[in-house]
Design a protein around this ligand. Structure first.
Ligand SMILES: [Zn+2]
Length: 366
């Protein structure tokens, strides 16, 4: 086992085994230790939709880290409320680790974008149209108040099909902004990850990787993948560059993806994931299983009294049938979202844990 102290006090990363480029490790944070690879449930507005903190913590789901969203929490309830609460951990009654994104992705994808310049981004809220400005310093200040364990650098994420000159401008900005984020004040015990952009051009990715990894961040993320490009392109970039990120720091692939995507990315050397897919799909009637994905609204499930997945240890599968879940879904009962979300999150947690077990069993001790 190799242990690496990360630049921020209170953080370290252990590598336990490797299998090809895949890694099994542990990320230690002030709010607990996280076995990697790890899938982090997304808690956009200070809640993983439909789940209580107790449900997230309870085995077999046993989530060790969740995401919070800077853009959403800044707009609502607003920083003064979270500051008065004593930070996001206390506000949401979540005593384990939290990673916050920088708000950049939402500003570029959700908000009505005003102007973007080298200093930051002006945008209008998707809630009420009010005008706001996000800069690296503002994003870091919001994340400082949220008090997440891991903050992310404010970056510019161009669409997958953006032209080369758009990518170049975004790269230069993301590097300059990363430096400003690094130099901004942070909460005590708050780590900071840098984000590598560059689209699907691996030469450009490598060039940006060199700039970002030179800044001594606690971990590194690949951003701007699975943002509209063909999935084969995503896999090609991952296969080529993920393992070139520094081995002694955690590697995070932002916003990806399906269980198969996670398998591929872990094989390429990624340690951390987040995605709304398990939670959003659950609410929309799509349930992951060890076999075919289930569309619970299908007539075939009307009188199917078996569980969603025979092999799943979650309380939903242990208690309720597909027929009952389909009924709740059709009747738009609130309970459906809770049961389905618990199942899908448990499926994702188990999926990456099974891969971790395989790396430990079949790989080389680090
Ligand atoms: Zn289940």
């Amino acid at each position: 086992m190799k242990r690496f102290d990360l630049p921020t006090p209170g953080f370290s990363f252990e590598l336990h085994a490797t299998l090809g480029h895949a890694r099994a490790g542990v990320l230690h944070t002030p709010h607990g230790s996280i076995e990697t690879p790890v899938f982090m449930p997304v808690g956009t507005a200070g809640t993983v939709k439909a789940m209580t903190a107790d449900e997230l913590r309870a085995p077999p789901l046993d989530a060790k880290i969740i995401l919070g969203n800077t853009y959403h929490l800044y707009l609502r309830p607003g920083l003064e409320v979270i500051e008065a609460a004593g930070g996001l951990h206390k506000f949401a009654a979540w005593d384990r680790a939290i990673l916050t994104d920088s708000g950049g992705f939402q500003v570029f994808s959700l908000a009505a974008l005003g102007e973007i310049d080298d200093d930051g981004v002006t945008f209008r809220s998707h809630l009420d149209g009010s005008k706001h400005r996000l800069t690296p310093e503002v994003s870091m200040n919001i994340q400082r108040v949220l008090g997440s364990d891991i903050a992310m650098c404010f970056d510019q994420c161009p669409p997958g099909d953006a032209a080369a000159d758009v990518h170049e401008v975004a790269l230069a900005r993301t590097t300059a902004w990363a430096r400003r984020c690094r130099d901004a004040p942070r909460a005590t015990g708050q780590a900071l990850f840098g984000i590598v952009q560059g689209g699907v051009d691996t030469a450009r990715r490598r060039r940006h990787m060199a700039e970002i990894t030179a800044m001594d961040f606690d971990g590194h993320a690949l951003g701007g993948l699975a943002v509209g490009e063909a999935i084969e392109e995503t896999y090609r970039v991952l296969d080529e560059v993920a393992h070139e990120l520094p081995a002694e720091r955690p590697r995070y692939l932002m916003g990806v993806g399906t269980p198969q995507d996670l398998t591929r990315a872990i094989a390429a050397g990624i340690d951390m994931f987040d995605c709304v897919m398990p939670t959003r799909n659950a609410r929309n009637g799509y349930l992951f299983t060890s076999g075919q994905r289930v569309n619970i609204s299908n007539h075939a499930h009307r009188a199917d009294f078996g569980p969603i997945d025979e092999t799943c240890p979650c309380a939903t599968c242990g208690t309720h049938s597909r027929a009952y879940l389909r009924h709740l879904f059709q009747a738009k009962e609130i309970l459906y979202a809770r049961l389905a979300t618990l199942h899908n999150l448990t499926f994702y947690a188990r999926h990456v844990r099974q891969i971790r077990e395989r790396i430990l069993a079949d790989g080389q001790p680090a």
